[in-house]
Design a protein around this ligand. Structure first.
Ligand code: 8X3
Length: 204
């Protein structure tokens, strides 16, 4: 669609390969690290669109056995990561005259499930943050959209289960899950709406 894209992630080798594939600029980014976010944002310049994609789940333990370290990491990545990125890029987004924040939430932000409490809590929080942001920016030129996918076959489950490939594969057995491309297409569609079309939420 003609966007001048800057991509950020922790795994620099993959990031560079992706950037080369799509013609983007790559910059290392860890959304849990304020200094990393500052360095990323310092190299952004003009900005009309922020896509908050970083997130993920760790573990599937019932609350009785939950690991507070995993919960802390999930909150830091899914929620505070969104805060750090959004807060720092808001001035540029607003100055563009037609800014937009698109954040990837999850169906887990609507539907709690056994073993999901830490991730559910984080994604419910993301939804709250996006709802507040939308109200706080009312009347200013920054739209706020949350895209909430259900089951998407990426490395999501491999990460959740600490690299246990058979357990991760079992999540998608017998179903046709969404793909990363399906979600990317949702982002592309939202980002290409004209300024008066504010897509608040997409549950996919
Ligand atoms: C991932 C969706 O249902 O695996 O965000 O938690 S679910």
């Amino acid at each position: 669609d003609g966007w001048d894209v800057m991509v950020g992630a922790r795994r620099v080798d993959r990031l560079k390969a992706l950037a080369a594939e799509i013609g983007a600029t790559a910059h290392p980014l860890d959304v849990t690290d304020a200094a990393s976010v500052d360095a990323f944002v310092a190299s952004v310049g003009d900005c009309r669109l922020l896509v908050n994609n970083a997130g993920g789940a760790l573990g599937l333990s019932p609350i009785a056995d939950a690991d507070d370290g995993q919960w802390r990491t999930m909150y830091d990545t899914n929620v505070l990561g969104v805060l750090r990125m959004t807060q720092r890029l808001l001035p540029a987004l607003e100055a563009s005259g037609d800014g937009q924040v698109v954040t990837i939430g999850s169906i887990a932000g609507y539907e709690p499930y056994p073993g999901g409490a830490g991730y559910n809590a984080a994604k419910f929080a993301v939804r709250a943050v996006m709802g507040v942001l939308r109200q706080e920016l009312l009347g200013r030129p920054v739209r706020v959209c949350e895209i909430d996918p259900g089951m998407v076959e990426t490395e999501f489950s491999l990460v959740r289960f600490g690299g246990d490939a058979p357990r991760a594969a079992a999540v998608y057995a017998g179903v046709e899950p969404l793909s990363a491309d399906d979600v990317a297409e949702c982002v592309r569609w939202v980002a290409s709406r004209p300024p008066h079309v504010n897509v608040d939420q997409l549950v996919v």
